[in-house]
Design a protein around this ligand. Sequence first.
Ligand SMILES: [Zn+2]
Length: 253
Amino acid sequence: MPTVKNFDPKVISLLQEKIKRIQTNKGAIYLVGPIKLPVNLQGETVEFKWYCWLNCNEVTEDFERIVAKLSAANLAELQQSSVLVHGDFSNADHALIRFHSICHTGDIFGSKRCDCGYQLKQSMQHIAEHGNGALFYLANHEGRGIGLFSKALAYILQENGFDTVDANLQLGFVDDSRDYSDAIKVLQTLRTKPVTLITNNPRKLDALRKAGLDVEDRVQLWGDVSEYNEKYLKTKIERSGHLNEGEDCCNND
Ligand SMILES: [Zn+2]
């Protein structure tokens, strides 16, 4: 049991207003937000509301206990997921949703080996233009759930002739080990009406529907094909069931 420090009651009450507990099978998700986050989208400042969440075995309404654990929990070693919400997300008739898997190389460095960075920015742009929606940034999905270090190993294999699916299999992983259950729970807390999913991946649509997500429509996101990711994108279409219906083909799905 961690030692509970003596927090300033004002600090705790300020935080308490912004923390919501969501019950799960294994414990609880603590969702914090909304927090104002103005974002630069192609030179325009767009207002988003940001929420972050943490999984915890302990289920309590005494958030002081949760706050007390944070300094010892070494959270920077385990990244948390978060969601950017735009517009009147809970009430809008049609809302756009993107479940974006973290991609350190694509999102941060702008790597052209995949199309994640492009997909991320395009999704945010679509949501802003549509007027409402949410972009879930899923931090435990690096390399389709294999982690950053393993992804580096998989890239070495890919440079030596293995395709993206085989590289993961050779390292002992399944092709795709991503889990969306926490993100769906968070979404259901923020909105109960149906959503329109931004994805090129019909398997993702199926998985989310099976997990209880109320999806009314799907919009696709294609673009940013280059000599560096052509093979990767082709593999996604041929081996991972992605549709190639657009003019170009690509996505981080
Ligand atoms: Zn990527």
